[in-house]
Structure formats: C-alpha cells, structure tokens
Ligand binder design. Structure first.
Ligand code: M6R
Length: 361
C-alpha cells in the first residue's frame, strides 16, 4: 500500500512528478490549455465584478496563490479568505460574483458552508477538488479535478501542488478568454510542462534536504521568511512543519521582520528563508543577514546564481518562471518538515489532534 515507502506522506511526496503531469494532461492539449468544463457554461467572465478564492488550511494557501495570479493578469478585483472567515464576514455576494472554492476532500464543513452561502446569494461557483463525487462537486456550478489520486497522509502534499498547477492553468485560460495579456505566457507554459522534471530534480536531492533539516533537531521554534509569492510558500512550509513535527513555526513577510518578530531571533534560532522572486531577492538577503547577525542558523532556498559563501545552508533551485517557482520550493519545504518530524519521532501520517477531513465546524 505504501509502495515501498516508510509512510504514506513519503510516498505522496514522491508521487508529485506523476500527479502534476496527470493534472496537466487533463487540461492541456499539447501546448494549448483546454478546460472544456468552462465552455459548457453560459456565463461570460467579463460579467463578474469580483472573484473570491475560498478554502481552509493548505487549500487556503493555494487560494492565496490564485489571487496573486488573478491580480496580475485579470481585470477583476479578487479577494481571498479562509472559508471559516468568509462565511461569517458578510462578504458582498450577488449575481456578479464568482466564488472559486478549493478543497482536496470536497467535504470541509466551512468550505461547503461558504459555497452554500454564495449560492443562496446568486453567485456562480467553481470548485477545485481531488475527490470525484464529493459534496463540493455536487454543489458547485463547475467542478475541476486535480489528479492527485487518494491522499492518505493527513498533511496535504500532492493535493496542494496539483491545486497550484490547476489554478495556474485556470488563470491562464480565463485570461485568454478575457483577452488579458499575460507576460511571458510561452515560458510559463513551457515551465508548467517541464514541472515534473523540476520536481524530480528536487526529490533526487533529498539527502541534502535531510541534512539541512537536522538543524531543527531539538528546536522548539522555526521562522520562515519570504516576500511576494515566496510568502505563500513560507505560510505552507510553516504549516507543514508545525502539523507533523510539532515544532512551533511562524511565517513572516521578510520585510516585516524588523517590525517585531526579529525580537525573537537569538543565537541558535532557525530561519528558513526563500529568495526565489528575483525582483526582491536582494532585499530578502539583507533581512537574512539581520537574523544571522543575531546568531540565527539560516537555510536559504534560492534560484539566485551567485550567493555569498557566508550562508552555510543553501539549497539552489533551477531558475523557472517566478509564478511557478513555488512548486519546487514547496517540495523542499515538505521534505524539511518530513525529516524534522522523523527526527522528533512523530507519527507523520497521523499527527495528533488532526483529521484528514474537517467535517465539523
Ligand atoms: O480537504 P480540504 O482541502 O478542504 O482540507 C483543508 C484543510 O483541512 C487541509 O488542507 C489541512 O490544512 C491539511 N492538514 C494541511 O496539510
């Protein structure tokens, strides 16, 4: 059942090249994106005046990513909220709103309640789920499936990366339908299609990542920092680490460190820093130096070509489109969390207090 791996989580992390490829295959015809489900609808995307992205936990992080892309490419104001906030927050919903709900299981109580509320107010909905016939797929106007296959481990891994892939594909398709121009669309599509190779490359370096994660041995806290889209990745990295290793982990915008969190940094603190977004990478490096000056041990994950030898733990990632770099980064962060959890002798597949699908409020 575990296919030769020690745990379901390990197996599911390693399945990512394949399931990413499968998800792309479902919605791409050679180099063309083709989401047939959207063509069957009688709506025009130009008619919407706002879009909400809604999900919980890891799925919420996928929503943050999607909102970022939407803001860049489409001319519709877009918002992102955890379902548990959205449903109690009196959001503006009417016939001109589109709700895009993301849920691996399709059974999360808050996400379903948010969808029902949106429907009652006349809004249109698209569900992104991994489970055929799930409740969300029966309620939404359109359902798009990730092809992650069953995800058994409580910590979401392959469901998340396939959500990112599908949301990126969806955004490109909507942008094309609305005649919005996307900068570098060819390189984006090319990197999407080569994503399985990029992910394989990360997996082949797992011993190095395991070595880096030994920095977390006997640590009670870890600090994740990043800017722009890297911030989405650090949120997910911190969630993964805390849920399976029980190490307290927080994620910060790197530029926000000096507005408070840096007070926590002391000799021996562990900082996991991302510098994947070229336009802000140098800024993040200077934030990293501020933590090193206070004695922090830093794991730097970057695609920058030249990195000073002052950093002891540097993990280099191929330079791919900045809107896609969070996929390989996420694999690195999943592996860091995984090895940290093993070091702490945690049951990675069934972390305490957590259920795979949160069907109660
Ligand atoms: O099934 P869903 O995607 O709706 O689940 C949402 C969250 O409960 C889920 O992502 C949770 O945060 C994971 N355990 C994270 O690894």
């Amino acid at each position: 059942q575990k296919g030769g791996y020690d745990t379901f989580m390990e197996k599911e992390i390693h399945e990512q090249p394949y399931v990413i490829h499968e998800t792309l295959r479902m919605y791409m015809d050679h180099t063309q994106i083709k989401i047939d489900e959207l063509d069957k609808m009688d709506w025009h995307f130009e008619d919407f005046n706002r879009v909400y992205f809604i999900g919980c936990g890891t799925a919420y992080h996928a929503c943050l990513y999607a909102q970022y892309l939407f803001d860049k490419w489409l001319n519709i104001p877009s918002f992102c909220m955890p379902a548990s906030e959205f449903r109690y927050g009196d959001p503006k919903l009417d016939k001109k709103s589109l709700c895009i709900l993301v849920s691996q299981s399709g059974e999360t109580a808050d996400t379903l309640a948010a969808l029902k509320m949106a429907k009652e107010k006349g809004s249109k909905s698209i569900a992104i789920t991994n489970v055929l016939g799930s409740t969300i797929s029966r309620l939404a106007d359109v359902t798009l499936y990730t092809c992650a296959g069953p995800e058994i481990a409580v910590a979401s891994t392959k469901a998340y990366t396939t959500q990112l892939v599908l949301l990126c594909v969806l955004m490109i398709q909507l942008a094309q339908k609305m005649n919005c121009s996307i900068l570098d669309v060819d390189s984006l599509l090319q990197d999407l299609q080569n994503m399985d190779v990029h992910v394989e490359k990360i997996l082949s370096q797992k011993e190095l990542i395991k070595d880096f994660s030994s920095l977390l041995k006997n640590k009670k806290d870890a600090y994740f920092i990043g800017r722009q889209l890297d911030y989405v990745s650090v949120l997910e990295g911190a969630l993964k680490l805390k849920e399976i290793s029980y190490i307290h982990a927080d994620a910060y915008y790197a530029g926000e460190l000096k507005h408070g969190p840096i007070a926590l940094i002391e000799k021996g603190s562990v900082v996991i820093a991302l510098a994947m977004q070229e336009n802000v990478a140098e800024k993040t490096l200077s934030n990293i130096e501020e933590t090193m000056a206070r004695g922090a041990h830093v794991i730097l994950i970057t695609s920058m070509q030249k990195v000073s030898s002052d950093y002891d733990h540097v993990f280099k990632i191929d330079n791919i489109h900045p809107y896609l770099s969070l996929i390989p980064v996420t694999i690195v962060l999943q592996l860091i969390a995984y090895y940290a959890a093993l070091q702490n002798e945690c049951d990675v597949d069934k972390p305490r207090n957590l259920a795979k699908s949160v069907t109660v409020e």
